[in-house]
Write a protein that binds this ligand. Structure first.
Ligand SMILES: *Cc1c(COP(=O)(O)O)cnc(C)c1O
Length: 370
């Protein structure tokens, strides 16, 4: 085993996640493992919760990292707050909206999907019309659609959903830490994220936040939450209060890692981090333009941390990506679903979004496309 690990070389991670990890976060992973009920660990848990509330823009008491990757956050949001027969509306314009449909459908929800063309944003006027077909118990949307590079208008959608009484669920896996996430201002009731995108931490935890209205729904369920591991009504008792009841063993060192990443982000300042993402996006888009490449998504709804780039007809998609990785140690992402072969997905997430990294990619890309 050790031999295999000795062969690991750092890759410049410029795909759709994971992203480059802060040095402080790597150091945190190597700190001594202590007990999951140790009072010192509980101090770290409380600090993580406080930083998560700040970065998510919420006062929700239930703001915690779930064990598992971003998809465990998605599963948590649906499994706790949906009961069989509930009507759920999912606004879909990419892979992750589709995944939500699958997750909600498996729980016996009656899922309506309002679909939008991949590469374009959700249109609030269409949502307004669809809401007349309600009432829905949950309306869900992805803030930053990582499969296409589009930002959805989550504030405008929230303004429409709130008066209907539905729980408003927003996937912030890719957006959190890269662009403003203001859960309470959006009127969102449920939100989840992941550690390996703009938080620049390895994959393994899924920050989740739930509003008072959402917790009311959880309390009044007719049936038990059908998944023991992700049952928030039990997990809450470990993350809150004085008794700290054992549910499952927290991934101790991953919690240290998330703590360190959040501290790095807070030290830079959220506004500065967002500005850096925007500046690196502009630098990348300009450099790509100079190479004769164009962006797939129109400017008003482009994400800074996930850049969809149209692959010219004459260029060998897989060939370029494989040379970038083998010869230059740089990973970029391919297109998914209908966009496979049509776009590259270049990530500028968290610690990856630095001028030297953008320059290194542009130079390597120029060489690989010759
Ligand atoms: C990455 C991602 C997920 C899934 O997260 P995993 O960590 O891969 O489980 C969900 N939603 C969005 C928008 C993502 O980008």
């Amino acid at each position: 085993m050790a031999d295999l690990l000795d062969g690991l070389k750092p890759t410049l991670l410029m795909g759709p996640g994971p992203s480059c990890v802060f040095d402080e976060t790597y150091a945190a992973l190597a700190k001594p493992t202590i007990g999951h009920l140790d009072p010192y660990f509980i101090k770290i848990m409380d600090a993580v919760k406080a930083d998560l509330q700040t970065i998510i823009g919420t006062k929700n008491r239930l703001t915690i990292p779930m064990s598992g990757t971003g998809s465990a956050g998605m599963e948590t949001a649906f499994v706790n707050f949906t009961e069989p027969g509930d009507r759920v509306l999912i606004l879909t314009n990419g892979v992750f909206g589709k995944r939500m449909q699958d997750v909600a459908g498996r729980l016996g929800a009656r899922v309506d999907a309002l679909e939008f063309e991949w590469g374009t944003p959700v249109v609030p006027e269409a949502v307004e019309k669809q809401l007349e077909q309600g009432p829905y118990s949950i309306v869900a949307v992805v803030h930053a659609e990582t499969s296409t590079g589009v930002e959805n208008p989550v504030q405008a959608i929230g303004d429409l959903v709130k008066p209907t009484g539905a729980l408003y669920l927003v996937d912030c896996v890719t957006s959190l830490g890269g662009i403003p996430v203001t859960m309470d201002a959006w009127g969102a009731d449920l939100l989840y994220s992941g550690t390996q995108k703009c938080l620049s931490c390895p994959p393994g935890l899924a920050p989740v936040s739930a509003s008072g209205q959402a917790l009311e729904k959880l309390k009044n369920r007719k049936s038990k939450v059908p998944n023991w591991y992700l049952d928030l009504s039990m997990i809450m008792n470990y993350w809150e209060g004085n008794s700290r009841a054992y549910h499952h063993t927290a991934p101790i060192n991953m919690v240290y890692a998330l703590y360190a990443s959040l501290r790095c982000i807070m030290a830079e300042g959220l506004e500065a981090a967002f500005a850096r993402h925007r500046a690196m996006h502009r630098k990348l888009a300009q450099g790509l333009g100079e190479l004769g490449l164009s962006m797939y998504v129109r400017e008003e709804c482009r994400l800074p941390m996930l850049n969809a780039v149209t692959i010219p007809e004459s260029v060998d998609d897989a060939g370029v990506r494989s040379r970038l990785l083998k010869e230059y140690g740089i990973e970029i992402g391919s297109g998914l679903g209908p966009l496979a072969g049509k776009i590259w997905r270049i990530g500028l997430m968290g610690h990856t979004a630095r001028p030297a990294n953008v320059d290194r990619l542009l130079a390597a890309l120029a060489a690989c496309m010759k």
